[in-house]
Design a binder for this molecule. Sequence first.
Ligand code: S3P
Length: 195
Amino acid sequence: MTGRAGARGGASGLPRVSGELSRPVFFVGFMGAGKTSVARRLARTCGVASVDMDTYLERREGKRVREIFAESGEEGFRDVESDVLRELAGKEPLLVSCGGGVVKRPENRAVLREAGFVVHLNVTADEAKSRISDTSTRPLFQDLDTARRTAEERGPLYDEVADAVVDTAGKGVAAIAREVQRILEKEGILCLQRR
Ligand code: S3P
């Protein structure tokens, strides 16, 4: 989890901005959409905390995602993922970058919708492929044809939970984070105090 110490200012090192979230913000979208980078960037610039679900899950279980898939299969991984989602949804509001498949289970979609504000970072499988340098860490992104089909199947599930959709095509992390920030401020989810 990254702390609240982000948004560091000038020589004093004090945060220039301190942010409050009224609800958890869940970033969803296909693998390679930039959920983790965007959540981290926003956490730094707005002085709020962020957590990456897969990193949290790996620390909690003491195993890498690919090991859990190898030992317990996708359903075993999804069981742990659902548990972690409920745990994070019950914490003080955070920016949470979710694993791309979190929307597969109806119970998870209910938690996302009820507990938080959901931002869908939209990306095509083709663009995602060009952004992911090492697919070995993603058991469900092995070849482009399968990834295209998976992205197609998941489209309606992301739509079902999303409060906001941000198209990431051709945009860098900073631009996407600024776009998300504007949405969160406008919706009253993020309140910034500038010093
Ligand atoms: C998955 C996405 C991964 C990870 C796991 C399964 C998926 O997370 O949770 O490999 O089903 O799309 P990222 O979306 O962060 O790559």
